[in-house]
Design a protein around this ligand. Sequence first.
Ligand code: PEP
Ligand code: MN
Length: 349
Amino acid sequence: MIVVMKAGASQEEIKDVIRKAESLGVQTHPIYGENRTVVALVGDLTRVSREIFNAMDGVADTMRIQEPYKLASRTARPDNTVIEVGTVKIGGPDVVIMAGPCSVEGRDQIIEHAHAVKEAGAHILRGGAYKPRSSPYSFQGLGVKGLEYLAEAREITGLPVITEVMTVEALPGVVEYADILQIGARNMQNYGLLQAVGKTNRPVMLKRGLSGTIEELLMCAEYIASNGNYNVMLCERGIRTYETATRNTFDLNAVPVLKQRSHLPVVADPSHGTGYREYVPAMSRAAVAAGADALILEVHPDPDNAVSDGRQSLDMKDFAQLVVSLRRIAEAVDRKVAPPVGAVSPVAA
Ligand code: PEP
Ligand code: MN
């Protein structure tokens, strides 16, 4: 249920609603939107009637949220959630580009890649330090060393970093170094991990599971939000179907569906979505045209020698060209690609 407060409701009136709800044994989540404050009530609401709250001072209305995901739903928050990572805003009018190698391969490599992707127009640096590989004999990532190198690349270039956290045990280390925590497709329904990242204050990018439905993805986002962390991005990275011409079936339907059902920013990953670098530019443009708030792309200066996912990694030249074309696509759908990180905006100057 959501309790919609009147435009001029006082802090005391909001607190009264929270106290009342808590006395009835339900969890409360105040959501401060641009035009209104709502208090979302979650938990067992079978014995909680709307009338109790409708009668309270400062309350404009109450509504039952029909969807099983409550905090992630647009009903709870009609305005888009905008997640701020340094100076980068994800979920606002500007399209954000996250780019970098699949894996952090070494110190000099990640610093060189960070400079190169920044130069080409990326806003956030990606790179895996913990890698979920199909084979236990494949490269598993550099672990803590990889995190340290990512942090150093951020210090030098100013690009915030996103990296995957695979286990609850590794979480404190990843939180120490990363600006955005990535939950990989294979961990979408790792509820213990979702609860743990929900208790941190770091933004989270949650990837859709290999056979996860859109509703399951939203329920997993709900696990994170219900633990207190509302800064969740939803990432479409392709699902497994009978099709073998591409690595995954990149479900672009998910983009408008998620934008309709949820206020959370939507990220598209055409690298894992297609698995082949020659398809990545077309599907990146399609994702922006479909309304994605951000792209996450695998980029490597020497893709054929990348330690992981080289086949789907763009080289620097193709990535730079893609960014140029994305600017035109973004404009065609009344958006723009976010200004480069570190640049002074013309309005502020
Ligand atoms: C990755 O981003 O490198 C990755 C492993 O992605 P996914 O979890 O989508 O397979
Ligand atoms: Mn990868």
